[in-house]
Design a protein around this ligand. Structure first.
Ligand code: TYD
Ligand code: MG
Length: 458
């Protein structure tokens, strides 16, 4: 295969690598890409009109059949993973599993082997470019993987992997990891953007050819993107990310993209000595060890896909000892936190300019939903005033720049989740209060402005 070098920033193309692009003047922007011969099938020797008259390979939408192997999903048997995938792995699909090193990606792959291969006669091919077969076997023994139809191959060369896949014809191909795979036609190093992109394209082709599902493991770099500036995300059908600290015991898997199910669905796991074990009641897990009667701790409820999850927002506000006050956000968006502090200052009269502020979501959850705004405001105000909230109160609501409390979606499900976990009251936006059906004995307070919210709470 011939290769060319293309500048990442201006698309200037040329035959050899250069340190500086002569067109745009940027440094280190050239990437090697493989060029294939132009494919003229279909229009060769015929006029354009003739070609247009023959819809090559196109068929009517109503005639397309989804029965057979694509239609039925391969159920992994790991409840939380199946939930995130939308009911199992779709045949012929490509899944990208991303996460920090040491978070449990290889462990999850082996557990998929254990459950999926035991469930039926479908064979699985596990390719490891990082560990030897003996190392994987040792781990498999620890995880009690006894599947008979699981093949192992420690290999990084794409053509060798293709040959193995052609002879075994597995239902599921596991690649651990895409950054170690090597396309021998390219001279660049494994893990570089061009290698990662070409290898993924190769596996896409292989997947469609044999109608097998492929899971690609991808390491996340320090900047938080999958190596190869997220080039893979648009090439695959499903993107799953591992969240959580590799030092902690909990792990979250979130679908950032899913062509065959809903996104933002989370699966919650605990890392034990027997691998990852699903947690059935994540709200209880997130709230475990919560200090009661402490200022700065507020419980809120976030919708993660189809699931409502209770989470504790913690805030610490303390007088700053330097010129510029510090603000730190863990589990929530930093800019959102700074904005809410400004709203608190301007619309509720809290003088926070000489205070350091820290906000944290306990349990390692990352909340992107604005419904946690009111929880954050309440936690900051509670810590500032050193007044704890009454026990058993949950707070939800989006906060706007004018300090108004805006409605959130699915308030009823959040209230039910709170009630199920022993909460007895909830403060939510006034707009949500009307028409809300609440469990018996559960009190609901509506607030139209953060002034009212803080008035009710503190
Ligand atoms: P691993 O799955 O190899 O991570 P990755 O492939 O994402 O880099 O290992 C994750 C960590 O989990 C590792 O530090 C060891 C730990 N672990 C357990 O705690 N219990 C187990 O049963 C296994 C297999 C691993
Ligand atoms: Mg690994």
């Amino acid at each position: 295969m011939k290769t060319r070098f293309i500048c990442n920033s201006c698309d200037y193309e040329q035959a050899k690598w250069l340190g500086r692009c002569p067109s745009c003047g940027q440094y280190n922007t050239f990437e090697e890409v493989a060029v294939k011969k132009p494919d003229n099938r279909g229009v060769k020797g015929s006029t354009l009109i003739e070609a247009a008259a023959k819809p090559v390979g196109a068929q009517l939408l109503q005639d397309v059949s989804v029965s057979g192997e694509i239609g039925d999903r391969l159920v992994t048997g790991i409840s939380e993973l199946d939930r995130v995938l939308g009911g199992g792995i779709v045949g012929g699909s490509l899944i990208l599993l991303g996460g920090d090193p040491g978070i449990g990606k290889s462990t999850l792959l082996l557990q998929i082997c254990k459950n999926a291969a035991m469930a039926g006669d479908s064979s699985i091919l596990y390719i490891s470019g990082e560990e030897g077969a003996a190392q994987i076997k040792m781990r498999a023994e620890r995880l009690a993987v006894k599947a008979k139809n699981c093949y192992l191959l420690a290999e990084t060369d794409l053509y060798a992997i293709r040959d193995a896949a052609n002879s075994i014809k597995p239902r599921l191909l596991l690649i651990d990891s895409i950054q170690t795979m090597r396309h021998t036609d390219l001279t660049s190093l494994p893990g570089s953007v061009s290698q990662v992109r070409e290898c993924a394209a190769f596996f896409t082709h292989l997947a469609k050819q044999h109608n097998m599902a492929v899971i690609l493991v991808g390491h996340v770099t320090k900047e938080g993107s999958l190596a190869g500036p997220r080039v893979l995300e648009h090439m695959v059908d499903t993107v799953l990310y591992f969240e959580g600290e590799s030092s902690g015991a909990y792990r979250l898997i979130r679908a950032a993209k899913n062509r065959f199910g809903s996104t933002n669905e989370v699966g919650v796991f605990e890392m034990t000595e027997h691998g990852l074990s699903p947690i059935d009641d994540p709200s209880a897990y997130m709230l475990a060890g919560r200090p009661e009667g402490v200022a700065g701790s507020v419980v809120t409820c976030s919708m993660e896909g189809s699931r409502s999850l209770l989470a504790e927002v913690q805030a610490l506000v303390s007088a700053t000892s330097f010129g510029t006050p510090r603000r730190t956000a863990t589990g929530v968006d930093y800019n959102r936190m700074v904005m809410l502090m400004a709203v608190l200052e301007k619309r509720a009269g809290y003088k926070l300019q000489n205070f350091d502020a820290y906000v944290n979501i306990a349990g390692g959850l990352k909340i992107t939903e604005p419904a946690a705004d009111a929880g954050m405001i309440a936690a900051l105000a509670s810590c500032y005033k050193d007044k704890p909230l009454a026990p058993g109160v949950m707070v939800i609501g989006e906060v706007g720049l004018a300090g108004e409390m805006r409605a959130v979606n699915q308030p009823e499900r959040r209230v039910i989740e709170a009630s199920r976990h022993g909460f007895t009251a909830c403060v939510l936006p006034q707009a949500n209060k009307t028409k809300l059906r609440v469990p018996e004995g559960f009190k609901v307070y509506g607030a139209a402005h953060i002034g009212e919210l803080l008035g009710v709470l503190l």
